[in-house]
Design a protein around this ligand. Structure first.
Ligand SMILES: Cc1cc2nc3c(=O)[nH]c(=O)nc-3n(C[C@H](O)[C@H](O)[C@H](O)COP(=O)(O)OP(=O)(O)OC[C@H]3O[C@@H](n4cnc5c(N)ncnc54)[C@H](O)[C@@H]3O)c2cc1C
Length: 438
């Protein structure tokens, strides 16, 4: 291969992690090629548009005080969207709607809590931001809740805040400290719902990567990473058999997909990572409605059930100018076998409670029974975020991983952004660009 066609870095995966890593490396003058096996870029951040309604893959909110926003800023990208306001929200317990206790006044007036529980909740919420997460990193969410609150109802309320911030419904396994940090981040900075959906980020990242000289090909699957006897990356092999020599590769894919693309010791290590990780999943009911039967009822959170309801179009531009885009979700317990029919019935009943009569208004609906929200539950056993693997892969020079299961920074998409940045930095530091050497 002539130096003109040599590649410094191959990025495998065209989701947020892969696009971010490719753009960051391309900006620093390396030759990068990115391959995405699907026909379209975006992975789980893609948005499907139907009759002008923008459907994210289930409810998506971008944390404002987190790694994603910072990495996007480095690439000159400012997300467009707005922040949901706490008013109009409901907390649902025992099948009854109550005012969501988002602030001091609503906490006093809500029927959700008894008076002694209100006092405890008020004290806890007032000091929540100053609680040190460190002692809770290796203890579970359940242990932390028992340590922080006496009243069951207060524990349930804090448990619901943890679910909505982390997507985690695994109180006996999730790290209390990591969960607390995420709630603190949510309360401090809130979130953005994005205009036109998360496709906005995918398009902006794609444009940044292309402007940085990255060659992007979708509909092309990478089958294997070739390494020498010492483990150093030599080339990647595409599904059609093409061999592309390169100095480094970033696997921005699911952990089992990363393991499948490798052999030998690297395969054994990545397979162990994949085996030890627990994915967090959600059942999602995404709805386009021609109107809301109860316009002011825009948010609901289950306190004694792992359910979420939010009218995202009340905050961001997601409809053709009329109607509503609604996301309803159930945070699935990773230790339970999902029951699709039961989960759908629960999502519909929750929607009945918050928007009675909604079924008459459906323009489009999509049920996603078992979506992987993140490949890596952050566990107490792993000591919190410090227990997550990568981005470097021991014994495999020039091979890195990125995704929402990788690295010590952030949860959900923020982990994808942060690990992509980490993998990009390692590539740039450790690997001499072939094009410079040629
Ligand atoms: C229902 C739901 C709700 C969510 N809500 C939020 C939220 O509110 N806030 C938040 O921050 N995050 C949220 N997330 C998580 C967020 O969407 C993901 O963390 C993020 O999009 C993951 O990006 P990624 O690039 O790491 O992985 P992916 O998006 O999974 O991308 C990996 C890509 O690699 C490609 N690929 C795999 N193997 C190969 C191969 N061999 N060759 C070529 N390509 C390959 C795949 O096709 C895919 O496109 C949510 C996710 C879901 C599903």
């Amino acid at each position: 291969m002539s130096s003109e066609h040599r590649i410094d870095v191959v990025v495998i995966g065209g989701g947020i992690a892969g696009l971010t890593a490719a753009a960051l490396i391309g900006h620093r003058g390396r030759r990068v090629r990115l391959f995405e096996k699907a026909g379209e870029l975006g992975g789980r951040a893609a948005t499907q548009v139907k009759d002008g309604f923008s459907f994210n893959v289930g409810p998506h909110a971008l944390y404002r005080d987190a790694a994603g926003i910072r990495v996007l800023a480095e690439l000159g990208i400012t997300p467009r969207g707005a922040t949901p306001r706490p008013s109009g929200g409901h907390a649902v317990a025992r099948g009854v709607k109550h005012a969501f206790p988002a602030g001091f006044l609503s906490l006093l007036s809500t029927g959700l809590l008894t008076l002694p529980a209100k006092l405890e909740a008020a004290r806890l919420l007032a000091r929540l931001q100053s609680i040190d997460p460190a002692p809770w990193q290796s203890r579970t969410v359940a242990e932390m809740l028992a340590g922080l609150a006496k009243h069951d109802d207060v524990r349930h309320l804090l448990g619901a805040l943890i679910r909505v911030s982390t997507y985690g419904n695994a109180p006996d396994r999730m790290s209390g400290g990591a969960a607390l940090e995420q709630v603190q981040r949510a309360l401090a900075g809130n979130v953005l719902y994005l205009d036109d959906g998360w496709q906005q980020l995918v398009s902006a990242l794609r444009d940044a990567a292309i402007a940085a000289g990255v060659a992007i090909e979708s509909g092309v699957r990478v089958d294997a990473i070739e390494q020498d006897a010492a483990g150093a990356v030599q080339a990647v092999r595409l599904a059609d058999g093409t061999r592309l020599p390169c100095a480094a590769a970033i696997l921005a894919v699911a952990p089992d997909e990363a393991a499948n693309a490798t052999t030998g010791h690297t395969h054994e290590l990545l397979e162990r990572w994949a085996r030890e990780l627990t994915p967090l999943r959600a059942a999602c009911l995404d709805l386009a409605l021609d109107g809301l039967p109860v316009p002011h009822s825009t948010f609901g959170l289950g306190v004694d059930a792992p359910l979420y309801f939010s009218v995202h179009s009340a905050v961001a531009r997601l409809t053709p100018g009329h109607g509503a885009l609604v996301h309803v979700a159930k945070y699935l317990d990773p230790s339970e076998t999902p029951d699709t029919a039961r989960d759908l019935a629960e999502l519909e009943r929750f929607t009945d409670l918050l928007q009675p009569g909604w079924r008459e208004h459906v323009v489009h609906r999509r049920f996603l029974p078992h979506m992987t929200v993140t490949h890596g539950l952050v566990t107490a056993r792993g000591g919190g975020l410090a227990g997550r693997p990568g981005p470097a892969v021991d014994g495999a020079a020039g091979l890195y991983v990125a995704g929402d299961w990788v690295g010590h920074d952030g949860m959900l998409a923020d982990a994808s952004f942060a690990s992509a940045r980490g993998a990009a930095e390692l590539c740039l530091r450790d690997v001499a660009p072939l094009s410079a050497a040629a």
